[in-house]
Design a protein around this ligand. Sequence first.
Ligand code: SF4
Ligand code: SF4
Length: 318
Amino acid sequence: MIDTFDLLVKTNFPSIKRTDLETLQVNLGYLCNQQCLHCHVDASPRRKEIMTAETVADVLRFIEHRKIKTLDLTGGAPEMNPQFFSLVSQARNMGVHVIDRCNLTVLLEPGFEDTAAFLADNKVEVVASMPCYLEENVDAQRGKGVFHQSIEGLRLLNKHGYGIADDLQLNLVYNPQGIDLPPSQDVLEPAYKKELKQRFDIEFNHLYTITNMPIKRFGSTLVSKGLFEEYMQLLKTSYSNDNLPGVMCRTTLSVDWQGYIFDCDFNQMLGLPAGHSQEKTHIIDVIDSELKGDDIAIMDHCYGCTAGFGSSCGGALI
Ligand code: SF4
Ligand code: SF4
């Protein structure tokens, strides 16, 4: 895989600072039952890096001490970390809103059959990847057979009340197939709702459109196809200053599987420590730190968050 870090270091992206910390986004590891083309984590069934019980305890200590409102769990497939279930239960007992970034197919894997019921019992918000409502596009991006398994995963979640009951939020994530920016979220969401309802009788709450980042597997694909410069030009010429106040790194802290902090999940994958520091910092070492007003580590990939309608883990920004 071609590393795009050196191509992104030199930047004229505006400097940005942290505001109040609201969300802790925790990567529980790189193990995943899938191996998608656009994956910025480079996750796969072969990855061994997963968060230990000791680091999970550090995360819970930080959440309690800092009164974090939202715990956003990602991976890999976060459910494949054996600590997932206890972390979710303990965070929910503290009254924390928990988000599971679920790839849907994991819900059908042997040994994970009870996961959908567990998520529903704990009122966990599910955010699920569904890059298209057409089989050929999903399978091309996420692997053969993934579309039908994803539909089965969505049916299972609907069966447990997701996308139907008010307190069981099911939100889907769209990302472009190639080197385009996502279309308007407000236009695409009704089209998704209509197609998924008519074809498969599936219900969901919201569609989040997310821009592909020129890093890791997607970045490498861009370089090997000679499209990296063209894609960066697109991100830069589509820059919108209106998106800058809403970039997620201002209110979110990202934690890797070893407990080190980063300004966002993308910076984590680039190995770019929080606040431009030279060394990585452990979450326990900032448990009493202010963080508000700290510089955010930026590089050229940040244009992926501000291009077009903007992009974040919660979808478009404007
Ligand atoms: S994009 Fe998600 S489902 Fe696909 S390999 Fe990466 S972590 Fe797994
Ligand atoms: S890539 Fe990360 S650091 Fe850069 S603007 Fe987006 S969220 Fe912030």
